[in-house]
Design a protein around this ligand. Sequence first.
Ligand code: THU
Length: 145
Amino acid sequence: MKIDQKQKEILVARAKEARSKSYCPYSGFAVGAALLTQDERIYTGANIESASYSPTVCAERVAFFGAIHDGARDFSAIAVVGGESDKAISSFCSPCGVCRQVMSEFCRDDFLVILSDGNQITEITMEALLPARFALKETEKGGKA
Ligand code: THU
């Protein structure tokens, strides 16, 4: 699915809005994500931390798991923004390795990851973000062919 510039800007705006809900008292780094389904629904997420650190869940996974639990399966893009929680975003926040693997479970090669530094918008495909990705079967890359 082709996503136009206006849709990208809307997704980034929704990710920024979601970022304000981040619970990050330990890192002080707030992240927001907005996930677009192929039928144009948007699911958002923010990172949620824990005092024992490892249970922390990234914004991207909060968005994906909420969407999956709601029955969504086909995705076209996710916008991600992050930075120090008491400041406006000023640099790009690229998804961590764990989130890339979770994305890989549900997204095809042309799925778009849209990043903003508060000024510019850039994008990268699933294929470029996680090359030679692991799947038990080739047909399982990003779900339905
Ligand atoms: N974080 C995300 O939410 N997404 C990413 O892709 C990178 C990192 C969060 C996890 C943690 O709460 C904080 O940012 C600092 O690592």
